[in-house]
Design a protein around this ligand. Structure first.
Ligand SMILES: C[S@@+](CC[C@H](N)C(=O)[O-])C[C@H]1O[C@@H](n2cnc3c(N)ncnc32)[C@H](O)[C@@H]1O
Length: 314
């Protein structure tokens, strides 16, 4: 890749833990891979470069990401098929059903481009309309904040680690009764009225993240997609997940553990048939892998990343 092409690619999104992702993912060997969160195509580019015997199904909900990845992966066009949609639907894709997957990658959350593009309304920067839709379709963050019942809002704020979730949910509902929340400043304003002081960057970030996760239904999609992707893997196939939020990482950890050690946590007196006891595969990462000092210095957005990998029994 030429230097200016690399710069262009990196300004869209710098792929996180790229060497570690490749080390685990390529243990699946040659065959069909899924990149369910294609973004700018950085991980996909690395996979296709490293593995001449691999082909790729790339999926993203975001049409802008898909267009960018298509340009970036043009040198590999003969081995690449791209789809606009959710990775939730990947296991039902006809090619996946026919050939099975050698590996699947989910690099969750949002890309740098989505965060940096003011039109997308993901950011807490002042004056942005509250949008946050990855797919550019459906209800925006402003619609969600205008209509979500208080109990569901509280659950979402708690799940997203927002500060003072109960008081914040109540204040959002009170505020929308007077005037809708339309801009990033409106959400920050309600948060600061609850805190009684200027909010720290990390506090605002957690509130915006909680709303984004709810608007895109990210936790429910992940919970449903993981078992479907496990079933779509061929024997020896690998599932790699990069999470950026404690709730996501907890789901991945719990599922990988249950699939690797199904008897765990079941009281000894409960009788189990033999096939229910056998492990479906092994967790390759005993602990989650996170970015080291050099990557953190070069790309601070890699800080929350947690990588977990699981391999289906051969
Ligand atoms: C962190 S970025 C991925 C970056 C990518 N690995 C790269 O190297 O450029 C996450 C991407 O996943 C997409 N995404 C999130 N949830 C999705 C879902 N359920 N289905 C498809 N794409 C999703 C987002 O639109 C975003 O483009």
């Amino acid at each position: 890749m030429k230097d200016e092409d690399q710069h262009d690619a990196d300004s869209y999104h710098v792929p996180v833990l790229i060497e570690e992702v490749m080390t685990y993912l390529t243990r699946g060997g040659d065959g069909l891979y899924l990149d369910g969160t294609l973004g700018g195509g950085g991980h996909a580019f690395a996979l296709l470069s490293a593995c001449p015997g691999c082909c790729l199904l790339g999926i993203d909900r975001d049409p802008e990401a898909l267009a960018r990845a298509q340009a970036r992966l043009a040198p590999f066009a003969a081995r690449v098929r791209l789809l606009l949609g959710s990775f939730l639907d990947a296991a039902g894709d006809p090619q996946v059903r026919r050939d099975g997957l050698a590996g699947a990658l989910l690099d969750l959350g949002v890309s740098s481009h989505q965060l940096d593009d003011d039109r997308r309304g993901f950011s807490m920067r002042p004056g942005l309309s509250l949008d946050m839709r990855m797919s550019l379709e459906g209800a925006t963050a402003a619609d969600y904040l205008a209509s979500v019942p208080e109990a569901a809002l509280l659950r979402d704020l708690r799940g997203g680690d927002a500060p003072r979730p109960r008081a914040l949910a109540r204040a959002i509902v009170a505020r929308r009764g007077r005037r809708p929340l339309a801009l990033s400043d409106d959400l920050v304003g309600v948060l600061e009225s609850v805190l009684g002081r200027p909010a720290k960057h990390s506090e605002k970030a957690r509130v915006f993240q909680a709303v984004r996760i709810a608007v895109n239904d990210e936790l429910a999609v992940l919970e449903e997609a993981l078992p479907a992707l496990r079933d779509a893997l061929n024997p020896g196939g690998v599932l790699v997940v990069l999470s950026y939020h404690s709730g996501e990482d907890a789901s991945v950890k719990r599922m990988f553990r249950a699939w690797s050690d199904p008897g765990r946590g079941i009281p000894p007196k409960v009788p189990l048939r033999q096939h229910e006891m056998s492990a479906l595969g092994e967790t390759l990462t005993r602990k989650p892998v996170s970015a080291g000092p050099a990557e953190l210095a070069a790309n601070p957005r890699s800080r929350p990343a947690r990588l977990r990998a699981w391999r289906k029994a051969a």
